[in-house]
Design a protein around this ligand. Sequence first.
Ligand code: C2E
Ligand code: CA
Ligand code: CA
Length: 523
Amino acid sequence: MPLSPKRRSRSTARVLLPCWWVSFQVICGVLLLNWQAQRELQAKARFNAEHAIEQFDRVLDNIAQAARNLLPLAGQPCEQVKLPLREQVTRGTFVRSTNLFYDDTLYCSSLFGSYREAVNPDDYTDGSLWLMDGNSVSPGHPLLVYRLSEGSKGAITTVDGDHLTHLLRLIDPDSDLRVQVGQHWMGTDGRVRNDPLPGFAVAPTALKSSHFSFTVHSGYPDGEVWRLMQRQYGPLFGLLVFLGVIAGAACNWQLKRANSPRAELQRALEADEFVPYFQPVVRHGDYRWAGVEVLMRWIHPRDGLVRPDLFIPYAEHSGQILPMTRRLMQQVAEQLAPHADTFDEGFHIGINVSAAHCQDLALFDDCQRLLAAFPPGRIRLTLELTERTLITPTETTFNLFAKLHELGVMIALDDFGTGQSSLTYLRQFKVDYLKIDKSFVGMIGVDALSLHILDSIIELSNKLDMGIVAEGVETQTQRDYLAQRQVDFQQGYLFGKPLPLDGFIDALARQKKEATVAQPSCP
Ligand code: C2E
Ligand code: CA
Ligand code: CA
């Protein structure tokens, strides 16, 4: 059923699609934020490494200057140069000690004065820098040593590792910075190691100093991207979820609208999926086809041919029955008018109308247009009003019915016997025909009480001078019973089922031929 509100697959889709949409938006948003966080950490890691190099270069510049100042004194007796050595310690901001060596032997120190110790140039990276994990004065305490030589003369200056550790910690407390000199490296814990340098899980960055032989490594531990997202993007993430939910709700609303019976009917109306089927109505006596009842069908693209009782109630409820009937009447005119010459004079065309039509004067124009499509007098238009829903008598209704009668349009009360219309009601609306409901016709030869009602209806119509049509005639017994009671018109599968235009026109032609053969014209 195209309009059933209980379609499981549709309601599941209505729930799943918005959920999927919300999740999709949130996942995309999270991925975007994750990518943004990675970029931010990458930029920060690089900035930290550059900043660390700048600071270390400044410190090393300071102790290198002290070494340059002392180099000319190398080779002179320690007693003579002791004072300048100490003076450099005092002057240099970062200088912890100064030393002079000659022929790879350290012979004078700012700390001990005259002193002897071998100097091995291979201990120094590029012969100039050595990151030590302590010396004889402060074992286990980090120390960065700078060596400057010229021939056999040379000066050595040192900086306390604490300066370096402080710098590493100050630059970015969240990041992990390491300084590497040759095989030795030191992190923010201030310990010098010479095992392989461990890599960083997030944003690993390594930058070399262009002035001195050291490298700074920077980066972040595993999970730092999510920690940054939590720290910085919390409100943004909240906004993202909020917008996602709004988008999901909008999607749900759209789906509801698109899947509502109203939208589905509107779509079908625009796609011209409602088409007329034609069922013959035969007259009393010779059973010639005296007319036709137009019955609406929905050619649904997925569900195929849909019976009207499955969608007409929705259309009546939503008010869409008005444009649907208007379009149906246009199609009837377009399809039947070209065959008008095959119709007997006064051929009946019955159109079903709903209660809502009776409050709308536009029905008059629709009828006028339909009649205008045929040669004058060729057809008789009958509007079939069901007795199941009684029409509220208003000024508009009376006005409309009066105008319709003036136009020659007749009114038939459909499904007669199933509602509670009174005699007053029949007179008020000047009903021309009563259509006996098929449930009574079906009882012919079966149920005595229903048969009694059927007889009463026929009698009543005679008394009120109304025409009578019996619908749902399926057997010859029913046909003969109704014929005996002079019922004006009969309709039912016995004479013909509702057919699309081509089938109906062919059947009409066949029926006319058979009738002509049965009644040869007099010479
Ligand atoms: P209805 O106006 O009483 O139409 C007669 C119904 O009885 C039709 O069903 C027809 O196919 C069926 N019928 C005719 N002869 C026989 C028979 O010998 N045996 C049986 N068992 N059924 C027979 P259908 O076409 O399914 O239409 C059902 C109802 O939908 C109609 O009842 C009418 O109330 C409504 N309908 C159909 N087309 C329209 C329309 O264009 N506008 C409005 N407002 N209602 C319509
Ligand atoms: Ca009808
Ligand atoms: Ca009926």
